[in-house]
Write a protein that binds this ligand. Structure first.
Ligand code: GLN
Length: 232
């Protein structure tokens, strides 16, 4: 604080913490990276490990939740085993903002192709996703994306990292496709042509095929935190 600033002479009491509390589902996956990105984006991240951490209603314990990347089959098994699937569905239904990346995108999808037998999703977004659509681990790749709906233009595209990622096969009428792969690029592997939808938004729900929590560009997390504040 500069001594010339009046606040240095008459310090105000510390303001109440106005950061939104955003849970990070911490059963498996890249929890730490999302927590750091959320903090950098102005939120207060908390780990969500059991149903009691969720609260009964949006705003109870959480103002929003992040479903991280990892392995959606494992997450599905743990969510079912820990009795968290139904409480999460109810919270999303009640309007809790959620952001899912990669495996988290699969969890948010109402319909998913190429799941393991018995694998469940939480649902909430009127989309069909295809698990492991870009191929195997060796087909993971990176691409600079634009997402005008998130204010990410060609002057400063978003460097997106795809790791055995899903893509969105189709979206319902209330869903906004925010970003697509460049034509031809995603067709290198067994994935088929480019122009695949890899970021979607529906109301307070946001999902990306890629991992914005790696690489230090926090614009996706900032967009989610802004959504959470808007809901609050
Ligand atoms: N292939 C993983 C799954 O099906 C997702 C990979 C990831 O989240 N990086 O859950």
């Amino acid at each position: 604080m500069d001594a010339l600033s009046p606040r240095a002479l008459f310090p105000a009491p510390a303001p109440a913490d106005s950061r939104p509390t955003i849970g990070v589902l911490a059963l498996q996956g890249d929890v730490r990276e999302h927590s750091l990105a959320l903090r950098a984006a102005g939120a207060r991240p908390v780990a969500v490990r059991r149903a009691a951490d969720l609260g009964e209603r949006p705003g109870d314990r959480l103002d929003g939740i992040v479903l991280p990347g990892g392995e959606s089959t494992t997450m599905s098994t743990l969510l079912t085993g820990f009795g968290m699937l139904e409480p999460l569905r109810a919270l999303l239904d009640a309007g809790l903002p959620a952001y899912g990346s990669c495996a988290g995108m699969i969890l948010l999808a109402d319909r998913a192709l190429d799941l393991e037998e018995g694998q469940q999703t939480i649902g909430g977004m009127d989309v069909t996703v295809r698990r492991n659509a870009f191929g195997r681990q060796v087909d993971s790749y990176e691409e600079d994306l634009v997402a005008p709906g998130l204010g990410i233009g060609p002057q400063r595209p978003f460097h997106a990292v795809f790791i055995r990622a899903p893509w969105v096969e189709s979206v319902g009428p209330g869903v906004e496709a925010l970003a697509t792969t460049r034509a031809g690029r995603a067709g290198q592997g067994p994935g088929g042509p480019g122009g695949r939808i890899v970021a979607v938004r529906q109301g307070f729900l946001l999902a990306t095929s890629f991992h914005p929590e790696v690489g230090g560009d926090h614009r996706l997390h900032e967009a989610f935190v802004a959504t959470v504040r808007q809901r609050g």
